[in-house]
Design a binder for this molecule. Structure first.
Ligand SMILES: Nc1ncnc2c1ncn2[C@@H]1O[C@H](COP(=O)(O)OP(=O)(O)O)[C@@H](O)[C@H]1O
Ligand SMILES: [Mg+2]
Length: 374
């Protein structure tokens, strides 16, 4: 009697533990799938179907074989729904849960590898296969859809930006030019103290220059990319971009590490565009770095790919922001345009390459460009 009570107590504790685990798991799943529409309703539907089908299995006599066949078919419903709604991960979680719930039933009624045992085993294999296939298909479909929406969004934004930039370009050049002219004439011809006027005009010139740079970035981002590829020495590209960024580095007290004169590969690249990529990355790295730290650029060939690393010891980018910083107009800087990284991405992808962000062991990050050398 005592042993029976202990067994009941043990079983009850296991159920409580399992309940707590499922509760925790459920809240994590809800967090993960919160981008889906109505995830709570979907999750509850799947849970109810799994639980009800399992209870029906365990509470129906083994002799009523046709009922069990029906319940086995019923298990496909939550498997299909979770693969369809939540992708590979969701589908597999459901199919594995069903396998775990159904295994004791199969063991309890094991009949020495009879045909029904074999059917039960096959059903479990099928749940997992269906979940995997459906999940993979839905994940692929979703990735394609996301890519399509993103490219449509970028195209719409590109044409709006292009119109705006073109309209801004001419008046800005006129304002900047006249301001410089007036500044010169005031300092030359003014009989009074010209410094207050010159200072104010200096602000006009600087601000116009900033707007001109912004317009240039906007046009670079919006303009359709036609690459002009030729076999380029990557070392020269790196040195050229570091030369352009030297002024910014000096201003901020950051040391630029020029790669040693080792032989760099010759790669088919659009030199002007790739130099722009490197200038954008090095400028960002300098702006993120504390005074006295180093920004380094290095390149190497790895298999059939060219790898270029731009590393710094700066503030880094939190993991959850690493996708966002490649979106246009996302900037954490007071005077940033948020177009540097979208331009980098656009040019690298036009070279059929990709950009990765890696953490440096001593703090800061590395922007890694991976470009095929075909
Ligand atoms: N090397 C880096 N270290 C830390 N943050 C960076 C680095 N590079 C880019 N970022 C972040 O990404 C944002 C977007 O960069 P970017 O597209 O070049 O626009 P902008 O430089 O005009 O802000 C920056 O505002 C900055 O917060
Ligand atoms: Mg930038």
């Amino acid at each position: 009697m005592n042993t029976a009570n202990e067994n009941m107590g043990g079983r009850y504790r296991s159920f409580v533990k399992m309940g707590a685990f499922l509760k925790e798991y459920r809240s994590r799943a809800l967090d993960e799938f919160k981008r889906d529409s109505r995830p709570a309703i979907k999750l509850t539907t799947i849970e109810v179907l799994v639980v009800v089908t399992t209870i029906l299995h365990y509470h129906t006599k083994l002799g009523a074989r046709h009922f069990h066949v029906f319940y086995q078919g019923l298990y496909f419903l939550p498997v299909i729904l979770s693969g369809f709604w939540f992708g590979l991960k969701g589908g597999l979680i459901t199919s594995v849960t069903i396998t775990l719930l159904y295994t004791p039933f199969t063991i309890m009624h094991w009949n020495g590898f009879s045909s029904s045992d074999l059917t039960n085993l096959m059903e479990m294999v099928l749940y997992n296969s269906v979940a995997s296939m459906l999940g993979i298909m839905r994940d692929r479909e979703q990735a394609k859809h996301k890519q399509l929406v993103e490219s449509e969004r970028l195209a719409a934004m590109g044409s709006a930006v292009s119109c705006l930039a073109h309209d801004m370009k001419t008046p800005l050049i006129a304002i900047g030019g006249f301001a410089r002219l007036v500044q010169k004439q005031v300092s030359r011809e003014c009989h009074c103290d010209p410094s207050p006027y010159v200072e104010k005009l200096d602000i006009v010139v600087k601000e116009t220059q900033r707007l001109e740079n912004m317009v240039k970035d906007m046009l670079d981002f919006a303009r359709p990319l036609e690459l002009n590829r030729a076999m380029e020495d990557v070392g020269n590209l790196i040195k050229g971009s570091l030369l352009v960024a030297e002024g910014e580095a000096r201003k901020r007290g950051v040391i630029l590490h020029v790669p040693s004169d080792s032989a760099f590969p010759l790669v088919p690249l659009d030199a002007v565009r790739m130099e722009q990529v490197l200038i954008n990355l090095v400028t960002n790295a300098i702006q993120a770095s504390p005074e006295g730290s180093t920004v380094a650029v290095d390149a190497r060939a790895e298999g059939s790919r060219l790898i270029i690393d731009v590393s710094d010891n700066g503030c880094g980018i939190p993991v959850e922001k690493r996708e966002e910083v490649f979106r246009p107009f996302v900037s954490m800087k007071k005077e940033g345009t948020g177009l540097g990284l979208p331009i980098v991405k656009k040019i690298v992808e036009a070279h059929e390459g990709r950009v990765e962000i890696l953490d440096n062991s001593g703090g800061g990050i590395t922007f890694r460009l991976l470009i095929p050398m075909k």
